[in-house]
Design a binder for this molecule. Structure first.
Ligand code: G3H
Ligand code: 13P
Ligand code: ZN
Length: 312
């Protein structure tokens, strides 16, 4: 099966009350960990590549690794550009064979966001590729852009209808309180997503797939393990998984997870070196790290997204 777009995945997810996991990929072990979990659980999958990942791993390597995963697993896999920041980057990825792109013009004024998104949609649709756009601003760090919590803003439901109609985008990322990275909420606070905003958006856009970025849960046992073995991540707090599960049962069809995979990988490697300080064979520490990613993704697919068994 060749790479697929997310169109059919989202239609089924919307009506089935579950969401598709969109996991960020940067190297072979991450791709293998994610896709092995999805293959075991027969889950549809979105693998997403950021501008930074493309610069780190090289566009050809990432593309070929993802193609290898398609061959090895036989799964429906969508290859998506995460946080595309320009028309040129989106066009490059479409020309490379991506089946989905995000144009993230959410930090621009409404009219500019519409104009740039529309331009990307035109090129993408002419090439059979789908487009995710964003309204509202998440806090946190993505690539080299850092948005302070006080500069973030929830999506305004009264804007979504006009935005989707004018741009022709295929899915919409909204801001309801999630944020990028491992430090999402103040220590001691009670994280609460704005389901009222999600419900309002859902009413304005019936049947339309909604996307949540910044949806890592930052499991405390992984933070504890990192800190136990020489790390220093005080105050790392994520989005409660029961709230993500609830969002997945609503109009949210795509949930983005990156930081939790980084935590799983880092905790595993730190533990390995603490227990085997003389080791210097990358296979010895990357093998358990790959397995840790696999376990983390399996947990997300079953307990958070509810998309296990939905691949075919
Ligand atoms: O939203 C951002 C993703 O976590 C990707 O992060 O830009 O550091 O690759 P990155
Ligand atoms: P996290 O940092 O919460 O994993 O979010 C990832 C993301 O939104 C990628 O686009
Ligand atoms: Zn994101």
């Amino acid at each position: 099966m060749p790479l697929v777009t997310s169109k059919e995945m989202f239609e089924k997810a919307y009506h089935g009350g579950y969401a598709i996991g969109a996991f960020n990929v940067n190297n072979m072990e991450i791709i293998q960990g994610i896709t092995e979990a999805a293959a075991d659980l027969k889950a549809p999958l979105i693998l997403q590549v950021s501008k930074g990942a493309r610069a780190y791993a090289n566009r050809t390597y990432l593309m070929k690794l993802v193609e290898a995963a398609v061959i090895e697993t036989g799964l429906p896999i969508c290859l998506h550009l995460d946080h595309g920041d320009s028309y040129e980057l989106c066009k490059d990825c479409i020309d490379d064979g991506f089946t989905s792109v995000m144009i993230d013009a959410s930090s621009k004024p409404f009219a500019e966001n519409i104009a740039l998104t529309r331009q990307v949609v035109k090129y993408a649709h002419d090439h059979g590729v789908v487009v995710e756009a964003e309204l509202g601003t998440l806090a946190g760090i993505e690539d080299d852009v850092k948005v302070k919590a006080e500069d973030s803003s929830y999506t305004r439901p009264e804007e979504v209808e006009e935005f989707v109609k004018s741009t022709g985008c295929d899915s919409l990322a909204i801001a309801i309180g999630t944020s990028h990275g491992a430090y999402k909420f103040k220590p001691g606070s009670k994280p609460q997503l704005r389901f009222d905003v999600l419900e309002e958006v859902e009413k304005k856009l019936p049947g339309f797939p909604i996307v949540l970025h910044g949806s890592s849960s930052v499991p405390q046992d992984f933070v504890a393990k990192i800190n136990q073995y020489g790390g220093n991540m005080p105050g790392a707090i994520g989005v409660p998984e029961d709230q993500l599960r609830k969002a997945a049962s609503m109009a949210v069809c795509k949930i983005n997870i990156d930081s939790d995979l980084r935590l799983a990988m880092t905790a595993s490697i730190r533990e390995h070196f603490a227990l085997h300080p003389a080791d210097f064979d990358p296979r010895q520490y990357l093998k358990p790290a790959r397995e840790a990613i696999k376990q983390m993704v399996a947990h997300k697919l079953v307990d958070v997204l509810g998309c296990d068994g939905k691949a075919f």
